[in-house]
Design a protein around this ligand. Structure first.
Ligand code: HEC
Ligand code: HEC
Length: 325
């Protein structure tokens, strides 16, 4: 009996040491996605143009990194706030803590090297070695063409510097620990040929993060098999909005939308006659950045349609307005 107890206590001690060592490793050694590379990204006019396009209309960096006017439909950007950061994503939005989008104007990133910005955007580790919360879609951006990311960096370097002190992100336990294990090295993919419409559309869909909103989520993770079938909930003061199914299922998805109707819906908000709509009291707003995507080239919107068409239709039925308080 005594012997068993002794073996048992040694075993418990052993397990404790392993847990402690594991915890120390995660909190001290992670994240580790390698050193920032020493690159210099030349700000050519071609890169500035491409970067502006991607950051504002496809990867929609400016969607999260600017101030938005949520009293208007789709929360268009407040003028003069490009890259200023400070948008909060907290428990009200189903997030595990208080997450603030960073100031990414040269006021904040002025003393970062190009390599440090590249590492942050594509692997999720910032200049101070801190793991970024994956709401910042670094794993998606790490699958873009490196040249496209270079263009985005050239562009954000050219933004007007704006002084705006953003509070530090605070994650709840245990997400604060798990978060450190998430950053991974980038695996850049070449930009597909535009003629390969489906593949090219898939590239844009990855950069835009459509799947992040148009899938079911449990504890922050996308439920496998629910991709593009909708179901993510967006809680708002006056009710909950649920993202629709955007697979080509005829009953429950957008299977009855023609390519022309799809393009038209996106371009609606780019029409010079379109005025941002003031929301009625208690009307739910949409988190879908329509006003930003509206600046996408028709060719690119058509490729996105072709990609969605190539996916397996899901029958998931979604009531977009789940409940009104
Ligand atoms: C869905 C919202 C969202 C989108 C889209 C987004 N970001 Fe972020 N980004 C964030 C949040 C939130 C943080 C802060 C994360 C944290 O504090 O852990 C962040 C952090 C960063 C940082 C690190 C800054 C610092 O001081 O640590 C950089 C650089 C950055 N984003 C650039 C970009 C670029 C470039 C794009 C587009 C390619 C982009 N972001 C798209 C939400 C977003
Ligand atoms: C920030 C979350 C978010 C992102 C990112 C997002 N969507 Fe949406 N989307 C929504 C929500 C919520 C709705 C429902 C409300 C509305 O119609 O605006 C919606 C509506 C739609 C609709 C209308 C469907 C219908 O049945 O009326 C289409 C089509 C669509 N999204 C396609 C896309 C595509 C393609 C992308 C990527 C390029 C994308 N969305 C990115 C949240 C998002």
């Amino acid at each position: 009996m005594k012997k068993t107890l002794k073996v048992l206590s040694i075993l418990i001690l052993f397990v404790l040491i392993i847990i402690l060592a594991g915890g120390t490793y995660v909190s001290l050694a992670l994240p580790d996605t390698g050193n920032a590379t020493s690159i210099t990204i030349e700000r050519t006019s071609q890169r500035l143009k491409r970067g502006e396009y991607l950051a504002n209309h496809v990867a929609a960096c400016m969607d999260c990194h600017s101030s938005r006017d949520w009293s208007l439909y789709s929360g268009p950007m407040k003028p003069g706030t490009l890259g200023i950061g400070g948008e909060i994503f907290d428990e009200n939005a189903g997030m595990p803590g208080q997450i603030y989008s960073a100031n990414i104007t040269p006021h904040a990133l002025g003393n970062w090297t190009d390599g440090e910005i590249l590492r942050a955007i594509t692997t999720g580790v910032n200049k101070d070695g801190k793991a970024l919360f994956p709401l910042m879609g670094y794993s998606r951006f790490g699958k873009m063409d490196k040249e496209d990311v270079y263009s985005i960096i050239a562009y954000i370097r050219s933004l007007k510097p704006i002084k705006n002190q953003v509070p530090e992100t605070k994650l709840n336990f245990p997400v604060n620990i798990i978060n450190k294990t998430l950053p991974t090295p980038a695996s850049f993919q070449p930009l597909p040929n535009e003629k390969d419409t489906v593949k090219y559309g898939g590239y844009l869909v990855n950069a835009a993060g459509c799947v992040d909103c148009h899938s079911k989520r449990e504890k922050g993770n996308i439920v496998a098999g629910s991709e593009f079938g909708g179901g993510m909930e967006f809680k708002q003061p006056s009710g909950t909005l649920v993202s629709p199914n955007i697979t080509m299922d005829k009953q429950n998805g957008i299977g009855n939308w023609t390519k022309e109707a799809f393009v038209k819906r996106f371009k609606l908000y780019a029409d010079s006659a379109y005025k941002p709509q003031q929301l009625a009291k208690n009307e739910l707003n949409t988190p879908m950045p329509w006003t930003m995507y509206a600046g996408m080239n028709i060719n690119d919107i058509e490729a996105i349609y072709a990609y969605l068409k190539s996916l397996k239709p899901l029958q998931n039925k979604v009531e977009v307005i789940a409940n009104k308080n």
